[in-house]
Design a protein around this ligand. Structure first.
Ligand SMILES: Nc1ncnc2c1ncn2[C@@H]1O[C@H](COP(=O)(O)OP(=O)(O)OP(=O)(O)O)[C@@H](O)[C@H]1O
Ligand SMILES: [Mg+2]
Length: 409
């Protein structure tokens, strides 16, 4: 029997773990999903593992369900990293050309990149991603590959993302403890945007916003590259907490109330909702709930807007904003975001999804699909490297990096 080439993604979110299994290669960019699984949990707090054992059990459960629906066995997977520990840093590098004839070599290129990456960082952090804007030779901008050109000064601009390494190691451990090997990890907003932001939108400039359970990720693309990242310690759970506080309800009841009345649009005057708290019936004014929701979403969008203003890219975001995550499925939220951001806002939809055992809602599976897409490039590149003679490896790696940056990041 022919051995199948599979890829598995595990999206570890604060409220759920999603697992997807797909077949490789991806034909004409269309991804066919073979299996899916989801498990709700609450042991990831702002990206940090709160209980490895419980998280590992949630991963096992999601993977088991994906194995059941696909009839395949998972050996290893790609996963996402998220959380407020992720920091985006623009960085500049420059070197003087060492060659007597001033011809730029591959060594100079490595030196300028190393120079840009030589940033001061606390010992517990490391660079987990870097995107390059291109090179500048003697003040001339927009150079893609300066090797072989003449020049005296070579410069580059990088956008770096750093992370706390122990947090990533704990996620790896949770995956390993569920009996799954780790193939690689991808930064959450990069993965989610890979599934729902088009290359054209990235070229024109777009802000990608993923509102999760306890964090909000803001990633700005300009001229197709990520240029700004901010992860806020706020998400849908903060809205639930406020409902609980203002209406004196337990958080579980407040969450149910929010999801069952997921709208900030106009409601009928005098409408009431009945809830039962420990066998006691409580009547809540729908208008009061709506007031809390509007105030909390307004507060969150104002904070996001402030970050966009700080980013300095607000004027170059020609494609507007794309929002995703479950809190944005609430009716009326897009319009509110549009008013506050003063930008066109649309909801993220998974692009180029082929067949699947059942429809996969974008607000739940966008990150996992992005992990499959980006993971498949990594896998494909690794495979072609091993097939090549060592002298061609460097070329393939260069091409692979270019494709990752231009096609998917
Ligand atoms: N219908 C709904 N209306 C409003 N909010 C909702 C709705 N359904 C779920 N939520 C909220 O969405 C949040 C979970 O969002 P999501 O599943 O995107 O997060 P996550 O991916 O698990 O976490 P994170 O991205 O923060 O790591 C919860 O706070 C939940 O209350
Ligand atoms: Mg998420």
């Amino acid at each position: 029997m022919k051995k199948e080439n599979l890829i598995t993604a595990i999206d570890i979110g604060a409220s759920k773990v999603c697992c997807l299994i797909a077949a490789l290669p991806i034909s004409k960019g269309i991804l066919d999903v073979l299996g899916y699984g989801i498990c709700h949990h609450d042991c990831l707090k702002k990206g940090v593992v709160a209980d490895i054992k419980v998280l590992s059990e949630a991963i096992s459960d999601a993977v088991y369900k994906a194995e059941e629906t696909s009839g395949r066995k998972v050996q290893s997977a790609f996963f996402n990293i998220s959380g407020t520990h992720l920091k985006g840093i623009p960085s500049h590098g420059e070197v003087v050309i060492s060659d007597r004839d001033n011809e730029i070599t591959k060594h100079d290129l490595d030196r300028v990149i190393s120079n840009a990456k030589a940033i001061h960082m606390p010992y517990e952090r490391d660079i987990v991603y870097s995107a390059r804007k291109g090179f500048v030779v003697d003040g001339e901008k927009g150079i893609i590959n300066p090797v072989g050109m003449f020049g005296i000064k070579l410069e580059t601009e990088l956008f770096l993302i750093t992370a706390k390494i122990s947090i990533i190691d704990n996620l790896k451990k949770a995956i390993n403890q569920s009996g799954i090997g780790v193939e690689g990890y991808i930064i959450s907003p990069l993965a989610t945007s890979a599934s729902s932001v088009s290359q054209h939108e990235k070229n024109l400039g777009m802000v990608f916003i993923d509102i999760g359970a306890d964090i909000t990720e803001i990633l700005v693309f300009s001229e197709s590259r990520p240029v700004f990242l901010k992860v806020l310690p706020l998400g849908g759970d903060n809205i639930t907490k406020k409902i609980a506080e203002k209406l004196s309800l337990p958080e579980g009841i407040a969450e149910k109330l929010k999801i069952e009345n997921s709208t900030i649009e106009d409601i009928k005057k005098g409408e009431k909702i009945n809830v039962t708290v420990v066998s006691r019936k409580i009547t809540i004014s729908r208008a009061k709930l709506r007031g809390i929701l509007i105030s909390e979403y307004t507060n969150l969008f104002n904070i996001i807007k402030k970050e966009l203003d700080i980013s300095g890219y607000i004027d170059s975001i020609s494609s507007g904003a794309l929002v995703c995550g479950q809190p944005v499925i609430m009716d009326g939220v897009l319009e509110l975001a549009e008013n506050i951001f003063n930008l066109p806002v649309k909801i993220g939809h998974i692009m180029n999804l082929g067949s699947a055992p059942k429809p996969l809602p974008s607000h739940i599976y966008a990150t996992a699909v992005g992990l499959l897409k980006m993971g498949s490039i990594v896998k494909q590149s690794k495979k072609s490297i091993f097939k090549m003679s060592p002298k061609n490896w460097a070329m393939v790696l260069l091409d692979y990096t270019r494709r990752l940056y231009t096609d998917y990041f």
